[in-house]
Design a protein around this ligand. Structure first.
Ligand code: ATP
Length: 663
């Protein structure tokens, strides 16, 4: 294994060249000139703190385990080893391929090396960077391009990079520098023409027909995102998955260029073509969770040939390695024995001795400098919480504004329902016996229409955004409470405009009590109702793993609340077993408050004189009493709804944190 000082770009030339390679080289000429001038993908420019360059990554006896919980209350824990006793080293200045068949343990090993194990996986062993045991500083020191790219679909390419630049770059980076960095990456990664295109959800076109990025462009954007901070260490998990040969070559070629600038780049890859394979300088071959070989491709071919696995002439070496290391279906056990034998041969080979030497050297180096901080750790300053909140708020607001299903369609629906319901009640809300029924019916519509659609609408948002949230939280980009506050704050204008619009239309069409106080207070009650309902939807959306499971619990819950609202059964006659439910029913509080606003102080309701045998409610208090409502409860109702609002949000936030930590 070569140390950082021994590696020169010349010694790391690609193994072969091809026409495709040359055409890409020409296309990237501009980029290359810039990198030669020290202004390439990895340059932040003067002024910003620079990370340490030339990092050697070493690992010894690394094991990765998957923990699963089974049984009642998930109390039984079982553990499976995904990576066994892996030892290796990767030097800077070259592109290293972590290769192996599907399920060989590449992603698990790479996540452990990058200090980014997902929830459910744990690791032990000694992993170091320039001799220093890895820790949380890896999030700043390294970039990690995930196998599955996740973006906020509504943002454009430039908006996404700008947002990430503000969160990831040191807070002392000047705005002009930041902008230059974004433009530089857009240009270098061939995304300039697509800079104002929406990222989209990965499909052919956005929901509203807007153009979105292709798979290859998304991968390049993911790469650009990781390159924003100019990390000296870069991990790429299957960056070529889903790309055509040309796009895959273009992306790996960029990674090679970045590596040749002195960075350490480790990239998992499945089965690359010969041309793609030729771009890698070093291989780490993995099979059945074990490291089978580390070194360059010619040495790997010699090693395999020396143990009876000869690669045929003109055969793609990558394919050859994959075949040699595959677990053959039907005879997995004999494949495992063969793999273990190769591992044993490798353990006593010269290549393994070189790796071991590097690992020991780095260990000694690190132990000697145990108490020294790297300048990168000491220097990096994250943006202040207020700025992070503002950035998240901007992003959420853009998401809502551009997702027509959230605002335009909902506003149209609200107006249409308010008009329809209002027109049905025109002239019905008189101070008569039938008028009492009409008013109570209209109040019920005011409550339900501002409860169900917002509650179920918001429910779906949380599970959909959870993977991205979990990833961004794990990357240390922001704290969960900032995300939650930003999300709620971005929704707030809609949660005020919608109920106000609805009440404005329906209140006057129905002809409800025409006093300013009754109208203004009704506006307030309905607005609070909608906000409590969305808080409840947020709680259910965060408490369960998927929308369907959340719905399974929410539907019976809202039925219980609705039945105990006072309209369907007199509250005083509720059986004690379920009577307590009404205390959590904002339906009840809202209905009571709205009814008080309509009927308190009314004393001239006319009776049906033609039918003296029928019961007659001649006073407002009688109407309220019919539902067990009390006129003096208005303030209590408002306080109760406020308490429910805070409780649901608190529960939602606790669940958000918990769900994100296990996702
Ligand atoms: N969180 C997890 N819980 C349980 N098992 C897991 C988990 N993650 C991965 N595994 C298992 O560990 C093994 C190795 O998975 P890993 O993703 O590391 O392999 P890989 O070589 O990257 O595969 P691929 O190329 O298909 O992505 C697989 O059998 C996989 O099912």
């Amino acid at each position: 294994m070569e140390s950082s000082g021994d590696v020169s770009p010349a010694s790391l030339r690609p193994l072969t060249s091809s026409g495709l390679h040359e055409s890409i080289s020409q296309e990237l000429d501009y980029f290359y000139q810039e990198t030669q001038a020290g202004e390439g993908v990895g340059s932040l420019g003067a002024g910003a703190p620079q990370p340490p360059q030339g990092l050697t990554l070493t690992w010894r006896d690394v094991n990765v385990y998957a923990r699963s919980h089974t049984g009642f209350f998930r109390r039984r824990t079982s553990q499976r080893r995904l990576v066994s006793d892996a030892t290796g080293a990767v030097a800077p200045g070259g592109l290293t391929a972590l290769m192996g068949g599907s399920g060989a343990g590449k992603s698990s090993l790479m996540a452990a090396l990058a200090h980014r194990l997902p929830a459910g996986l744990t690791a032990d062993g000694d992993i170091r960077v320039n001799g220093r045991p890895v820790g949380d500083f890896m999030h700043r020191l390294s970039g990690y391009m995930h196998q599955e790219d996740l973006f906020v679909a509504e943002l454009t390419v430039r908006e996404h990079l700008t947002f990430m630049a503000r969160l990831r770059l040191d807070r002392r980076t000047r705005p002009a520098q930041r902008r230059r960095r974004v433009e530089q990456l857009l240009r270098q990664l061939g995304l300039l023409a697509r800079a104002d295109t929406r990222i989209g959800g990965g499909g052919a076109a956005g929901a509203d027909g807007a153009k979105v990025l292709s798979g290859g462009e998304r991968k390049r954007l993911a790469f650009a995102t990781e390159m924003l901070t100019d990390p000296p260490l870069l991990f790429c998990d299957e960056p070529t998955t889903g790309l055509d040969a040309y796009s895959a070559h273009k992306l790996v070629h960029m990674m090679q260029r970045v590596a040749l600038q002195g960075r350490t780049v480790l990239c998992t890859i499945h089965q690359p073509s010969s041309e793609l394979f030729a771009l890698f300088h070093q291989l780490v071959l993995v099979a059945d969770g074990r490291v089978v070989f580390i070194g360059d491709a010619p040495s790997a071919l010699d090693f395999f040939a020396g143990h009876g696995y000869r690669c045929p002439e003109a055969y793609n070496p990558a394919e050859f390695f994959m075949r040699a290391l595959a677990l053959t279906p039907g005879s997995e056990e004999s494949s495992r024995v063969a793999i273990r034998r190769l591992c044993e041969h490798f353990a006593v080979s010269d290549a393994a001795r070189r790796v071991d030497l590097t690992v020991r050297l780095q260990q000694r180096l690190g132990d000697a400098e145990e108490h020294k901080e790297t300048c990168w750790e000491r220097d990096h300053q994250t943006p202040p919480a207020a700025l992070v909140l503002l950035l998240l708020l901007q992003r959420c607001a853009l998401q809502i504004r551009r997702d027509s299903s959230v605002h335009t369609v909902r506003l149209i629906e609200k107006i249409a329902v308010a008009l329809t319901a209002g027109l049905c009640y025109v002239g019905a809300a008189a101070l008569t016996q039938s008028g009492v029924q009409a008013v109570q019916g209209a109040l019920f519509i005011l409550v339900t229409e501002n409860t169900f659609s917002p509650m179920y609408g918001v429910l779906a948002h949380w599970p959909a955004e959870r993977p991205l949230l979990a990833r961004e939280l794990r990357a240390g980009l922001y704290r969960p409470h900032l995300y939650y506050i930003a999300k709620q704050a971005a929704m707030l204008p809609g949660l005020v405009v919608e109920p106000v619009l609805f009440v404005l239309i329906m209140y006057w069409l129905v002809g409800l009590r025409p006093t300013f106080y009754a109208f203004a207070m009704s506006l307030l009650v309905v607005t609070i109702t909608m906000n409590v309902a969305t808080a409840c939807g947020s709680f259910f959306g965060n408490a369960f793993e998927s929308v369907s499971v959340a719905m399974a619990y929410l539907v019976p819950f809202d039925y219980a609340l609705m039945i105990t609202s006072g309209l369907f059964i007199k509250l005083s006659s509720l059986p004690p077993l379920v009577g307590w439910v009404r205390h959590a029913s904002w339906f009840m509080y809202a209905n009571e408050a709205l009814s008080i606003l309509q009927w308190d102080g009314v004393s001239n309701i006319t009776c049906n004189t033609a039918r003296p045998d029928l019961p007659c409610l001649s006073e407002g208090t009688q109407v309220l009493d019919q539902y067990s409502f009390l006129p003096q409860h208005l303030a209590t109702d408002l306080w109760a709804m406020g308490t429910l609002y805070c409780t649901f949000h608190l529960l939602a936030y606790i669940c958000l944190r918990w769900r994100a930590s296990i996702s």
